[in-house]
Design a protein around this ligand. Structure first.
Ligand code: C5P
Length: 218
């Protein structure tokens, strides 16, 4: 298929979601927030009290997600869960179940389906390595753990949610560790990926860089 794909992978709170959104808006492309799929599965698992050791049951949950995206909102079986899936507990659970091969396999086809004309921007951990290895443009977005914790802190306070910097740092490091060292689809820059450290960069600067790479290597 010659429908272009731009992959944006990177660690938690690296800003990849925001950057992916803006790049997709700019180009009029579709957007795949693959982390949301793991978060939706995690939310279901938490609600149904599915043991996080029951790989088969978790894969079944992933396979039978009734999800829809409307603009910025994400629905799970007609319930708006846009905010619910952003909870720290859901993110941590997502990162645990994302280490299970059967769960990743269950979400594979669903992700490929997001590739539609005129193009797709896909963000996550393995967009460039596993899901879209032949993507037109691959980006690996990083930032120091301190910069990322600071961003997450501001986001939470902005939403009126109390946050503790030490806890955030600890959570981020634990999640980085899990995502980077897991046996399947670990978080690593894809072959041919442009690596971008956004620690001292604004969102718009990062967006401009990605758009440049996309345009320059047509
Ligand atoms: O990006 P986000 O923080 O929403 O992702 C939640 C979790 O889902 C991540 O910590 C990661 O473990 C997992 N994930 C993944 N592969 C992806 C996207 C997310 O393993 N492509």
């Amino acid at each position: 298929s010659n429908i272009p794909v731009i992959t944006i992978d990177g660690p938690t709170a690296s800003g990849k979601g925001t950057v992916a959104h803006k790049v997709a808006d700019h180009l009029g492309f579709h957007l795949l927030d693959s982390g949301a799929l793991y978060r939706l599965t995690a939310l279901q698992a938490l609600r149904r009290q599915t043991p996080l050791t029951d790989e088969h049951a978790l894969a079944k949950l992933a396979e039978h997600l009734h999800i829809s995206f409307t603009g910025e909102a994400i629905f799970l079986s007609n319930e708006n869960v846009t905010d619910a899936i952003r909870a720290e507990e859901v993110g941590n659970t997502a990162s645990k179940i994302a280490a299970l091969p059967a769960v990743r396999q269950a979400l594979f086809g669903l992700q490929l389906g997001f590739r539609k004309a005129p193009g797709l921007v896909a963000d996550g951990r393995d967009m460039g390595t596993v899901i879209f290895p032949h993507a037109h443009t691959k980006v690996f977005l990083t930032a120091s753990v301190e910069a990322r914790a600071q961003r997450r802190f501001k986001q939470l306070i902005g939403k009126g949610i109390s946050a503790n910097m030490d806890d955030l740092l600890m959570d981020l490091k634990a999640r980085d560790d899990r995502d980077t060292h897991r046996a399947i689809a670990p978080l690593v820059p894809a072959e041919g990926a442009h690596v971008l450290d956004t620690s001292d960069m604004t969102v718009d600067e990062a967006v401009a860089r990605v758009l440049h790479w996309y345009a320059a290597f047509g």
